[in-house]
Structures are given as structure tokens and as C-alpha cells.
Design a binder for this molecule. Structure first.
Ligand SMILES: *Cc1c(COP(=O)(O)O)cnc(C)c1O
Length: 395
């Protein structure tokens, strides 16, 4: 154990110097291995948060760790103006997972930055500036991405600077509303295949197909935000595969590099070719460390068939959660290992009880929903432990 200084000191130091935007829990996480993490007191937790779906290949996945160690001793940084072997490999592996049409990649460092890129590419590709986004949708926190994020609590303090006038929010799943909002001034329709922050709500297939058809008819782009749904989380490599739809662009981040910050906007040549050289950029995007981690993570996902594992384990997890049959549960829903349990009361006290009394970390998604985003490598025995713990805290 690395706990050479008292837990209280670390907690207080982080509280004192942090900006204050996070509601911090009162334990210090110091180590992780696959589906488990440990705090500074040596307590073990099953991690169903994974940094909001980042550690899909498991914490400290040995193949990712080895790739990082090797790359760190080889080359840590080089601008995207200079081609790099790891970056080329990353691009080849990533595009190999995607439909052939999606093979032009803008690399960045986070989901929000991927959404920023999507927005700019949509503007240059269409010469338009209006967007359709989804009620309950989440796209990130920068002023650009925030414009697509529905939650008024996130948006309203910045309403005057985010140019929200250019975004219309329609009800996720309402084809008639989407049709009514659509016209030839729209640059893009933006949506998540499964709304994550909005409460773990899988899209309706007919709605996604209608969005594809309407965007084509009106010369707009369809952009799917796969930041949380990508890389096997929903039981397919990408969420879009559930709907048989190929969009004009997708945004990626979270699980792509096994825990190292990375982001990408992937689009078609038709869209990419309209963005002039120098029209967008960034210092850290495509850095060799993230690329090496990403190559290792994606190869692991492919070889271990993590998407198939997520499909099977997700079914099992949801079946077991439904068996709890607590009167406090309104609905168990999700796709693959992206699972939400909507309660009839606030979820926060139950999430806290799971953490404090059961050694299980879970996330909130809207005030009523408990969200489980475990590593896709979680074992069935660990799923059983989580479900049994959840049943206990509900009682
Ligand atoms: C997490 C998330 C984002 C923002 O990604 P960051 O890396 O936190 O900037 C955007 N969209 C969706 C769907 C997300 O889940």
C-alpha cells in the first residue's frame, strides 16, 4: 500500500485547493486492478463507475500499461504536423472498427473537444449554423458543447455566451417533433445512441432511422455522440450498430485509450474535405502516449470480444437486477453494460450506502437513476455481489 500519509490529510488538501465544481466523496482512491479499486485505508470496491465508463478494459489493464510504459520511454510528444508511427497505427486500428465511410479522424483529448470539432466540421461542411439536439441529451461542458446539452442547470448560467439560440431541443424518440424541427437551415442533428447522463435511455430504432432519413433529405449531417456508448459498452462495438444506421460523424472519447485522455471526431471524406487546413487544431491531440494506450486498448477489446461479453453480461446483470423486485424500483433499463435503475425516490442515498456499506461504486444519472458502468471485464461473481449489495441497500 502507498498510504504513507493520513487519509484525512489528502481529503482536506483536495477539498482546500480544488475549484469546488465536484461534489467530492470522502474516500481517497489510490489503486485499481480490473474491476476493483482500493482506497487509502485498504478498503476494496467493485467499481461500477469506471470514471464514467472510461476503464472498460479494466483498471490498469496490463496490455495498456505495458504499451504506455514502452511509449513513455520512446516518445511522449510530437505535434500532429509531424506524422508518428503510433498515431498511424492508432488511426488504422480505430478506422478498422468503423463502417468504411467513417475514416477521417480529428484527434483531441476529451469528449467535449470531440463535440466541439463535430460542431465546427458540421458548420464548414454545410455552410449552416443551426442544430437539433435532444432533450435530456448530454454533450459536454465547454461553451460550444454545452449548447447541445439539454440540462438547464448546466446551461442556464451561461445562456448569454453559449449561443443557445442556434440549437433546438426535441424530445428523444419523437419522430413528429424531429420532422417539425427539421428544415434546410439545420447543419446537423446530434444525439446519443443511449442517453447516459440523461438517465440511461436507449434510443428508439425508428427514431434514429428517421433522423438518418430526415438529415439526408435536408442536406444536414447526422452526428452520433458515441462518447459513452462506444467501444463495446452497449454490447456492440458502437451504439449505432444497434440501429443499422451509419451517421456522417461520430464523437468518441472515454473508453478509447483504456484510461488515458483521448478524444476523436470521425467523419466521412465529404465532410472532412470541406474543412480547410488550419481550420481546427490542438496541441495535445494525437499524442503518442494516448495513441499507444489506444492501440493496446482497442486490440484488447477486439481480441477479447468485449462487446459480446458486454451484451451477455449486461443481459445477466439486468435480469438479476429485475429479480430484486423491490417496490422502490420503477424500471431497470439499458443496453449491454450501460445500465440504469430508475427508483421511485432519489437515488443519491442508495449510491452513498452502496459505497459506504457495501464496497460498490455506482453513478448517478438524473436524481432518480442509479447508473452502473462497470468494466466490460467484470466477472459474473462480481455482478452477483453488486446485485446482492443493491438489494440489501434497497431494504
Ligand atoms: C462524457 C460525455 C461527454 C463529455 O466528455 P468529456 O470527456 O467529459 O468532455 C459528452 N457526451 C457524452 C455522451 C458523454 O457521456
Amino acid at each position: 500500500m502507498t498510504a504513507t500519509r493520513p487519509t484525512q490529510h489528502w481529503l482536506e488538501t483536495e477539498q482546500r485547493y480544488d475549484s469546488g465544481v465536484f461534489n467530492k466523496h470522502d474516500r481517497v482512491i489510490v489503486r485499481g486492478e480490473n474491476a476493483l479499486v482500493w482506497d487509502s485505508e485498504g478498503r476494496e470496491y467493485i467499481d461500477c463507475t469506471t470514471g464514467s465508463g472510461v476503464a472498460s478494459v479494466g483498471h490498469c489493464n496490463p496490455e495498456v500499461v505495458r504499451a504506455i510504459q514502452q511509449q513513455a520511454a520512446t516518445l511522449l510528444t510530437v505535434s500532429q504536423l509531424l506524422p508518428n508511427d503510433r498515431r498511424a497505427e492508432f488511426l488504422e486500428v480505430l478506422t478498422g472498427l468503423l463502417p468504411a465511410a467513417l475514416h477521417r479522424v480529428f484527434l483531441c483529448n476529451s469528449g467535449t473537444e470531440a463535440m466541439e470539432a463535430a460542431k465546427k466540421f458540421a458548420v464548414t461542411a454545410t455552410g449552416r449554423s443551426r442544430f437539433i439536439s435532444m432533450k435530456r441529451g448530454f454533450s459536454g461542458r465547454s461553451l460550444g458543447a454545452l449548447a447541445f446539452t439539454w440540462e438547464p442547470k448546466y446551461r442556464e448560467p451561461f445562456q448569454n455566451v453559449i449561443d443557445g439560440k442556434n440549437v433546438e431541443f426535441v424530445t428523444y424518440g419523437d419522430v413528429a417533433a424531429l420532422e417539425a424541427a427539421m428544415d434546410d437551415s439545420i447543419a446537423a442533428i446530434i444525439m446519443e445512441p443511449v442517453q447516459g447522463e440523461g438517465g440511461v435511455r436507449p434510443a428508439d430504432a425508428a427514431f434514429v432511422r428517421a433522423a438518418r432519413e430526415l438529415s439526408q433529405r435536408h442536406g444536414a449531417l447526422l452526428i452520433l455522440d458515441e462518447i459513452q456508448t462506444g467501444f463495446g459498452r452497449t454490447g456492440k462495438m458502437f451504439g449505432m450498430e444497434h440501429f443499422g444506421v451509419v451517421p456522417d460523424g461520430i464523437t468518441l472519447a472515454k473508453a478509447m485509450a483504456g484510461g488515458v485522455p483521448v478524444g476523436a471526431f470521425v467523419t466521412t471524406p465529404e465532410v472532412a474535405d470541406k474543412m480547410p487546413a488550419g481550420g481546427h487544431g490542438g496541441t495535445f491531440g494525437g499524442n503518442p502516449l494516448a495513441m499507444a494506450a489506444g492501440v493496446a486498448a482497442m486490440r484488447f477489446m477486439q481480441r477479447e470480444k468485449l462487446a459480446e461479453q458486454a451484451a451477455e453480461k449486461g443481459e445477466y446483470f439486468m435480469r438479476r437486477l429485475r429479480e430484486i423486485a423491490s417496490p422502490k424500483i420503477r424500471e431497470v433499463r439499458g443496453l449491454g453494460l450501460m445500465i440504469g435503475v430508475e427508483l421511485k425516490e432519489k437515488s443519491a442515498p442508495y449510491i452513498k450506502a452502496l459505497e459506504e456499506h457495501e464496497g460498490v461504486l455506482a453513478l448517478q444519472a438524473t436524481p432518480l437513476v442509479v447508473r452502473f458502468l462497470p468494466p466490460l471485464t467484470i466477472s459474473h461473481a462480481q455482478i452477483d455481489r453488486v446485485v446482492e449489495a443493491f438489494a440489501r441497500v434497497l431494504r
